[in-house]
Design a protein around this ligand. Structure first.
Ligand SMILES: *Cc1c(COP(=O)(O)O)cnc(C)c1O
Length: 392
């Protein structure tokens, strides 16, 4: 790592000549995709047909789960799961998550109860969940954050003890191994995202997995307006199907999932190796036996040791033409739609600290090692000139 050169924010030449992206989908198999597109263009079967089924079967086999229902998004998957479980009252969710977790609760007219996360793993803290349970609680939604699996075992224990439903926002879930195994079978159901920032992508899309046959049937009906085929709906559903075009992309993307996860783990390891030399930077803890998908790579900035705040570092990296994200700022409990659900009894200290001090830096499956090193060089020279930058 080099700390040479004047940081761009102090007038030096930016490390990258053009904006380095935060993420990019890793797309392969264009010739196979083209061939399949030609086929469905000819036969006209562009939705509700064999590629959606094929994709569902491949995902089921990959995850080792009984049922998989492909959808247009992870968010509609969560909405449909909550609806199908016929929940009432309060649903416990972490505040340190993407707002879509909460949106699924609000769309079902349920009350979100926002709880804290663990300060090391960044995932929903089981002891905070247990403290937030009231007679009105009907479910918990766990989130696998930045690709680090939530504490599934503890959450399952709590759900069982208090007879609550347990759902997982597994948006970052493809590529994860929890205690050596892929996700998909935890709790009552999980909803995965297939949007372009995730490891497995269909351009836009989602997929719900469960071992509960009844629930799988309801989600299938739910993606199709709630219609069982009678044109007289039993339940209120959405129009949330996956098209054949999307499913074809998914079948191809799945072929590279393991390879891409391995690459991200390698890149994340290199980031940690290089950045741990700089004082004031720490990382999310991935517990033994687990594999993160590294959907995102986040660093935590200790201002006293690093010499700059997260916001100052973000500005300095932006000047270097490096795109970064303040995930998740503001945290859900401080957002306009959610502030009114904030309960001072549920302490959110770890969430607030992560939200204020952590920064996600570029990582994607085909990122060049040379570019990753340049990101580290940039952080290094910003650190070396911190006192000057802090005076700006
Ligand atoms: C991306 C994401 C979602 C939403 O996924 P969509 O497929 O876009 O609906 C939900 N939760 C988390 C944590 C996410 O990162």
């Amino acid at each position: 790592m080099k700390k040479t050169g004047v940081p761009a924010i102090l007038g030096g030449k930016p490390i990258f000549n053009t904006l380095h992206p935060f993420t990019r989908p890793t797309l392969n198999g264009i010739s196979i995709v083209q061939k399949k597109y030609l086929e469905i263009f000819k036969n006209g079967m562009i939705t509700n047909s064999k590629y959606v089924e094929k994709f569902e079967t491949k995902v089921k086999n990959h995850l080792g789960v009984k049922y998989a229902v492909a959808l247009n998004s992870c968010t509609s998957g969560l909405m449909l799961i909550l609806k199908a479980l016929n929940l009432k009252g309060e649903v416990i969710i972490p505040s340190f998550t993407f707002y879509a977790t909460g949106h699924s609760v609000l769309w079902n007219n349920l009350t979100p109860v926002l709880v804290d996360c663990d300060k090391n793993t960044y995932t929903i803290d089981p002891s905070s969940v247990e403290k937030a349970i009231t007679p009105k609680t009907s479910a918990i939604i766990g989130v696998h954050l930045f690709g680090n699996p939530a504490n599934v075992k503890e959450l399952e224990k709590i759900a069982k003890k208090y007879k609550l439903k347990l759902i997982f926002d597994s948006a970052h879930g493809f590529g994860i191994r929890y205690q050596g195994k892929p996700l998909g079978s935890s709790g009552d159901a999980e909803s995965f995202s297939l949007s372009p920032t995730k490891l497995l992508t269909t351009a836009e899309g989602g997929i719900v997995t469960t071992n509960n046959e009844e629930l799988a049937k309801k989600i299938k009906m739910g993606r199709n307006y709630g219609d069982q085929g009678t044109y007289d709906c039993d339940v209120l559903g959405l129009s949330a199907r996956m098209s054949e075009l999307h499913a074809i992309l998914g079948v191809e993307s799945l072929k590279n999932l393991e390879k891409n996860t391995a690459k991200r783990n390698k890149l994340a390891k290199l980031y940690k190796q290089l950045l741990s030399k700089i004082p004031g930077i720490s990382f999310q803890t991935i517990e033994d036996g687990n594999r993160s998908s590294f959907k995102d790579f986040s660093i935590y900035i200790d201002k006293d040791k690093f010499g700059l705040s997260r916001n100052e570092l973000a500005a300095a990296l932006t000047a270097e033409n490096i795109m970064v994200k303040k995930f998740f700022y503001p945290p859900v409990h401080k957002q306009k739609l959610y502030a009114k659900f904030s309960n001072p009894k549920n302490k959110l200290d770890n969430t607030n600290s992560l939200s204020d001090n952590s920064l996600s830096i570029p990582l994607y499956s085909h990122m060049e090692i040379g570019d990753l090193k340049k990101v580290c060089d940039a952080i290094c020279r910003i650190y070396a000139n911190a006192s000057q930058i802090s005076k700006l």
